[in-house]
Design a protein around this ligand. Structure first.
Ligand code: BG6
Ligand code: MG
Length: 210
């Protein structure tokens, strides 16, 4: 592979926390009587917590104050973190573990580029707190994907130019962010058929054939 660095999105790429996001948002939407399903959930991939909430509330039949919205985001995050708390290193799939180890053995610089403020907690649950060379996440950015800030920050932390890095994403917003930042992108899962991605992956280990 020609890239010196790989920047991985976290939720839906390294781990299946995207399902936990869905369950937690679904519980909140049901409580508020707002229609929400897996199709609408895919609009939230890669998008920040508050922007996700705004998308969900588009289907509400009344307006909510900023204070109510802050409480809803907190309610969702508490449930989400309860689900995350049940995760362990066993939740890292064999395919993901083998891929990360092979790239590391090949001397690649590896980073996380995630919109999530829960990134440190998730990496800890998975036993990956010390694995990556750089972690750029929702705690160190002001613009969420599709803005390229988080990937540009990850590349800077790796000491590499965007053209030397490959971004791996499962969100259309993330593929757009990668392209806007000048990165090639490998798309997986929900974003697999996104025409803006240079590569499409059935599984993470397909990266090893690039
Ligand atoms: C992204 C997810 O990784 O993180 C989004 O794809 C989520 O669905 C965003 O909204 C923010 O996550 P958190 O953990 O900060 O609420
Ligand atoms: Mg994702």
């Amino acid at each position: 592979m020609k890239y010196r660095g790989i920047i991985f999105d976290l939720d839906g790429v390294v781990c299946s926390t995207d399902e936990y996001h869905y369950l937690a948002w679904k519980a909140l939407a049901d409580r508020l009587g707002i229609p929400f399903d897996r199709e609408r959930n895919s609009l939230l991939r890669g998008v920040s917590r508050m922007d996700s909430l705004r998308i969900i509330l588009e289907k509400a039949d009344r307006a909510y104050t900023d204070a109510e919205m802050a409480a809803f985001a907190e309610e969702k995050n508490a449930l989400y973190r309860e689900l995350l708390g049940r995760m362990s290193p066993a939740d890292l799939s064999d395919d993901v573990r083998a891929t990360l180890d092979a790239l590391r053995a090949d001397g690649k610089r590896l980073a996380i580029g995630s919109s999530s403020k829960n990134t440190p907690f998730i990496l800890e649950r998975l036993g990956l707190s010390d694995f990556f060379d750089a972690v750029a996440d929702g705690n160190c950015i002001t613009h969420s994907k599709p803005h390229p800030e988080v990937f540009l920050k990850a590349a800077e932390m790796l000491g590499l130019a965007p053209c030397d890095c490959l971004v791996v994403e499962d969100a259309h917003a993330g593929v757009e962010a990668a392209r806007r930042g000048g990165f090639d992108c490998a798309a997986i899962g929900d974003a697999r058929d996104d025409a803006r991605a240079a590569y499409s992956l059935d599984r993470l280990s397909d990266l090893l054939g690039i």
